[in-house]
Design a protein around this ligand. Sequence first.
Ligand SMILES: Nc1ncnc2c1ncn2[C@@H]1O[C@H](COP(=O)(O)OP(=O)(O)O)[C@@H](O)[C@H]1O
Ligand SMILES: [Mg+2]
Length: 274
Amino acid sequence: MLSLAIHSNKGGVGKTTIGVNMAMLLAQEGKNVCLVDFDFAGPNLFTFFNKINVTYLNEYFWNEKAVDECVYNLKDDYNLKGNLFICLADPSSESVTATLELDTVAGMKMLQDAMKLKNILRKKPYEVDFLIFDNTPGLGVINVNSFLVTDTILFLIKFSNSDINGTVNLISGLIDVLNNETAIIANNIPPEHLVNESEVRNLEKLVVGKIKEQTGVDISFLGWLPTDKELQSIEYMNAVKNLNGEETERVIHAVTLPDHPMMMALRKVIKKLP
Ligand SMILES: Nc1ncnc2c1ncn2[C@@H]1O[C@H](COP(=O)(O)OP(=O)(O)O)[C@@H](O)[C@H]1O
Ligand SMILES: [Mg+2]
């Protein structure tokens, strides 16, 4: 099993979007995947799966519900070759507030339960090949727990000075205490900047070099994901429809536009996963 925490310095860089699409692409290839909403401070995975009825993972961590009750298999809903299990976090304000007030003892208990969760998902009937945690940005007890139960931290960055520098700071704060492999993906890049192969390779080297120089960490650069203009337009139109009282569903381009350049780029990234 490969376990990944999708992480970032700031919110809104595309963790949940990449997590959902990556999980779909892997399950389309026949892999068994489990995607866990570990963003208890800002749950978001549920927004892709409005119609799905499953017990929130909060109930496992804080109310001792069985893991089986908190796992939903999307295989039949999306006609997938492999199993795609999802665990959703509770978006209610009470649940979000409760997780923000987590103390050290509760944090330790959560870590033990997260390890148990991983062991359960490793075995039958799940036999998960890829376990993916969709994190809250920045640092915090819950994030540190996600790092302690995963092999690899996958950092998503926007190509801006503030995000690159913030990510470097985040990594330098983490490496002294953690043992994870690290990888990086640049997301939401205007496609016109991705045309010149050698320029892109050179930038990759500069980013990797900067991280090595400032943190000592050998990070692997997994790839570049272009801005998905169609996705932005659909989200805008859905917001307009919603405001006019019409129901909409969030799109997953791995399902609705599998040949989109963003999905082709994500498939290349997946091939490079450790
Ligand atoms: N490559 C991309 N192209 C266009 N829009 C994107 C891309 N990646 C993410 N987004 C958009 O950015 C917003 C934030 O994405 P999200 O996955 O929720 O970020 P995070 O989980 O890091 O907070 C969403 O509206 C999403 O559709
Ligand atoms: Mg998110």
